[in-house]
Structures are given as structure tokens and as C-alpha cells.
Write a protein that binds this ligand. Structure first.
Ligand code: ADP
Length: 273
């Protein structure tokens, strides 16, 4: 039971044959490549749905490395990353966790929303993120040394931070940090058109609307419309759904529950559709 729960949050992508589409906003691809080449761990900060995961998938494929992605959650422990002894056919066998596998296989390990994980996870990351680049496996007595091809990437959303869940300065200081945000309008139009198949001319008003929704004053939202939600909206429009309804179920309902807040957002949307 524990194992299956764990596995739902882990995605292993062997060296990808096709490079996932990623449209750069600046020189982030060069920065990633440099960090990889010089074996520096990387921290990506930014709101949910702005392209962090896609960026890592794109870079892993470009660099020809397998990718081990872990969506961290509040039950995730160090052992979920390193590995544990499991009973298999009456025998106890050691099973590597995704971090250990990435080390052994020279892959990229991406820990998404790292601040959600239990505190003991950061203890494991410290010796890996300085010049030692080691992972001590207490349970097996091994100490793994990271091969040149291994890279650790973590991400978190600063918007969610509270005092109980934040990355300790001593951990943050171990990473080269890149700040992500929603792409500028022209880039987001290209992304949404490419991801959804909706014509560029129809994506332009949608992205203009998103810009207005994101900067709406006086409305208290925990999160603003993400690129991911814009892609959903464009897909539904491309499928022939009424644009107003498409916008309502992708740009309003996922973000709030209060009737008056929803009405405020809808008012803006009605001005476009
Ligand atoms: P995050 O990891 O920041 O929560 P994702 O990487 O999952 O967000 O991005 C959500 C979706 O937005 C992606 O699946 C992709 O469709 C789209 N997207 C966002 N930014 C880009 C980009 N720069 N290039 C291509 N697709 C992007």
C-alpha cells in the first residue's frame, strides 16, 4: 500500500527519444546546461503551472539523461527517496528509491515542491549539494558518489510559503536559483497555440484576457490563472466549446469558490467573449 502510494508520486522517464516542447523565455536553457556541466544543483522558484516541470523534462531530454521526477508531499520521507528494504517473495530485498536510482544511472532527479516533504529529506540533500556530492545509504552501509552526469533539481512555489513550510536558508544557499514566472504575452501566445492547436489569432485575445485577470486589483485570489489553465481553455475552445463557458470552467472555477469573486472575474471575461 505504502509502495503504491509512493509510486504515484514518482515519474521515471528513460532517456527521451523526443524532446518535449519548451519555449524559452530568456537564457534559462543555457543556464541549466552550464549548471549541469559544472555539477551545480539547481533550484527553480515560481508559481504553479508556469512551466518549471516542462523545462526540466525538456532539458533532461536535450542532455540525454533519464529523469526521475518526485512530486513531494507531506508524507514523503528521506527513505522514499533513497530506498528501503521490502519483502519480496519471502525475502527482504533492498529497493533503490528515485534519488538513489538517479545517482546510480547518472540521471537528473527533480524534486517538485520540495517544501512539502518531511524535514529529514533536507538532511539527505546536504552532502549531495556540496562538493562532496555523496549520498550515504545508512541502511545498506554504502556511500554513493554522484557521477558527473547526475544533477539535482528542486522547485518550490514561493507563493505558498508559510513559516512552517519553507526552505531553510542553509538549504537554499546550496542551490543556484532561477526565478520563473508566467511568460510574457508574445511567448505565452506561442506556447498556448502550440500546446492546444488553437489558432494564434484566437490565442491573442485569450492571453490579453489572462494578463488583465492576473493584474485585477481588489480581488483576493490565492493563485492567478496559470499557463496550464490557459492551455486547457484553448483546448476546449479548439474543440468548439462556447468560449465564455470554456473560460468559466478553466479560468474561474479552478481558482475560486466565492460567488462574488467569481462574478468579478466573469465580468472581465464577458468583456472579451
Ligand atoms: P509547473 O511545473 O511550473 O507547475 P508545468 O511545467 O507543468 O508547470 O507547466 C504547465 C503547462 O504549461 C505545461 O504542460 C505546458 O503545456 C505549458 N507551458 C508552460 N510554460 C511553457 C513553456 N515555456 N514552453 C512550453 N510549454 C509551457
Amino acid at each position: 500500500m505504502e509502495t503504491s502510494l509512493q509510486q504515484q508520486n514518482i515519474q521515471i522517464t528513460p532517456v527521451a527519444e523526443e524532446i518535449p516542447f519548451y519555449l524559452p523565455v530568456g537564457n534559462e536553457c543555457t543556464l541549466f546546461e552550464t549548471a549541469y556541466r559544472r555539477q551545480l544543483p539547481l533550484l527553480l522558484k515560481g508559481p504553479t503551472g508556469c512551466g518549471k516541470t516542462r523545462f526540466v523534462a525538456h532539458m533532461a531530454a536535450r542532455l540525454g539523461r533519464p529523469l526521475f521526477t518526485v512530486s513531494c508531499h507531506d508524507d514523503l520521507t528521506a527513505a522514499d527517496l533513497t530506498g528501503r528494504y521490502l519483502l519480496k517473495g519471502g525475502e527482504t530485498v533492498w529497493v533503490d528509491g528515485p534519488l538513489t536510482r538517479a545517482m546510480r544511472e547518472g540521471g537528473i532527479c527533480y524534486l517538485d515542491e520540495i517544501v512539502e516533504a518531511r524535514k529529514d529529506v533536507t538532511v539527505v540533500l546536504h552532502p549531495l549539494t556540496d562538493d562532496r556530492r555523496i549520498l550515504p545509504l545508512e541502511r545498506t552501509g554504502e556511500t554513493l558518489r554522484a557521477p558527473d552526469e547526475f544533477m539535482l533539481v528542486i522547485s518550490y512555489n514561493p507563493g505558498y510559503q508559510n513559516i512552517l513550510k519553507s526552505l531553510k536558508p542553509s538549504t537554499r544557499q546550496r542551490f543556484v536559483s532561477l526565478s520563473f514566472d508566467f511568460p510574457p504575452g508574445e511567448v505565452e501566445v506561442e506556447i498556448v497555440a502550440n500546446e492546444s492547436g488553437l489558432a494564434r489569432e484566437r490565442c491573442i485575445p485569450l492571453i490579453n484576457l489572462a494578463t488583465r485577470l492576473r493584474t485585477l486589483k481588489g480581488i483576493d485570489l490565492e493563485e492567478v490563472v496559470s499557463t496550464r489553465l490557459l492551455v486547457y481553455c484553448a483546448i476546449l475552445m479548439e474543440e468548439g466549446l462556447d468560449p465564455l463557458q470554456a473560460a468559466q470552467i478553466t479560468l474561474v472555477e479552478p481558482l475560486c469558490d466565492e460567488t462574488d469573486v467569481k462574478e468579478g472575474l466573469l465580468e472581465l471575461i464577458r468583456a472579451t467573449y
